[in-house]
Design a protein around this ligand. Structure first.
Ligand code: ZN
Length: 195
């Protein structure tokens, strides 16, 4: 009986270890709605641990990159390339491109979920703050995932100097006052004052 118990314990430990390992290393390419959904679930958990919960149901659509681009352009924003975007109304959804690795796709979901969080917590915010904050949260989530290599470089992609400045400012707030300072700032500031 005791021997069986230890055998069971060993099997359970091995299973848990392999799940943890699989999760850490699961960087398969995301191509199906179900996989995209799993990224969103993971992203929601990361957002919650950062103190930015988005509890409502937001559905995901996964499409070829060109199709994502077309939908994005049709939503009224032009002249920008995007891999994912958030639509706030009728219906509310996150659209993401097919074919990116699991962790990267999860972080794109974190970025778009941050926009969803903003839509209820600070809807009047100017774009420089909302984008910088979304990149910043993406960076924090990357660190939580143990993938800080996927963090800072994302804001560099934006190529916008004002967004970069806000991003650095959020970092400064975080260093001095933690997450509370950052949340206080983004929920009470509509326009960034250049320092
Ligand atoms: Zn964005």
């Amino acid at each position: 009986m005791l021997k069986n118990f230890f055998t069971l314990l060993l099997i359970l430990t091995a299973l848990c270890t392999s799940f943890a390992f699989a999760d850490k290393n699961s960087d398969n390419f995301v191509t199906t709605e179900e996989e995209a959904r799993n990224c969103l679930i993971r992203a929601k958990a990361l957002m919650a641990s950062l103190g930015l919960p988005v509890n409502r149901d937001i559905y995901t659509r996964i499409e070829e990159m060109d199709s994502v681009q077309t939908h994005f352009s049709n939503s009224g924003v032009s002249g920008e390339r995007t891999i994912a975007f958030y639509q706030a109304h009728s219906p509310e959804y996150i659209m993401i491109s097919k074919g990116y690795p699991f962790q990267k796709t999860t972080l794109y979901c974190v970025h778009e979920l941050t926009h969803a969080w903003q839509s209820t917590n600070c809807p009047l915010q100017e774009e420089a703050i909302s984008e910088a904050f979304a990149y910043w949260v993406q960076g924090q989530a990357a660190t939580l995932l143990g993938r800080s290599d996927l963090g800072f470089s994302t804001i560099m992609c934006s190529g916008d100097s004002l967004e970069m400045e806000v991003y650095q400012y959020l970092n400064k707030l975080y260093k001095t006052g933690g997450m509370k300072s950052v949340i206080d700032y983004v929920t009470t500031t509509v326009k960034y004052e250049r320092k």
